[in-house]
Design a protein around this ligand. Structure first.
Ligand code: NI
Length: 182
């Protein structure tokens, strides 16, 4: 399962503290065809608007709100990777846009399309170049394009895990195509 003959992976050579390392995980594997956790689109499979927009007691956000949130940030990171000098949302709350009733189909489609846009972005360029202009947050200022995509993958994975638990609590798990047992 190593992608050592993958032309994209071969371009992902970083020089970090003097040592070269090759990152073999493709962007599609990071974002869509994930191996460490159930693929995102499987985790969202079969949710109706009512299911996705329901607030579970004790949980701060509905599934639809969570997906709207991760779609918001992945779209922003893609714009930054494309060189748009758009500052990050000034408060965390701005990264949780309101969800209109019955908008779940649009939200899930937007999330899926955003994943594909990031993969498409990654396929015809070297990723071991800095995000330019650099991200304003000091901790993120050294990011390469690949780092930004990994950041999105981690953020999505964190919230997708929450969605799995919300579905389990709601009796909406596993999805029709099955879950993972390990
Ligand atoms: Ni978040």
């Amino acid at each position: 399962m190593h992608a050592r003959d993958n032309a994209l992976a071969r371009r992902l050579v970083h020089f970090h503290q003097g040592a070269a390392r090759v990152l073999d995980m493709t962007v599609r594997e990071l974002l869509i065809d994930t191996h460490p956790h159930i693929p995102p689109l499987f985790a969202l499979e079969g949710l109706t608007p009512t299911d996705a927009e329901r607030r579970i007691a004790g949980a701060p956000h509905s599934i639809a709100e969570i997906v709207r949130h991760i779609a918001f940030w992945q779209a922003w990171f893609l714009r930054r990777c494309n060189g748009q000098a758009e500052p990050a949302a000034e408060t965390a709350a701005l990264g949780w846009p309101a969800v209109a009733p019955q908008s779940w189909p649009d939200i899930s489609t937007d999330f899926r399309d955003g994943l594909e846009r990031l993969v498409g972005f990654s396929e015809d360029r070297a990723l071991d170049v800095p995000v330019a202009p650099a991200l304003e947050l000091p901790l993120l200022a050294r990011y390469t394009l690949y780092d930004a995509i990994v950041h999105v993958a981690h953020h999505n994975a964190h919230h997708l895990g929450e969605i799995v638990v919300l579905r389990q609590i709601s009796g909406l798990w596993p999805p029709a195509s099955g879950s993972w047992t390990w």
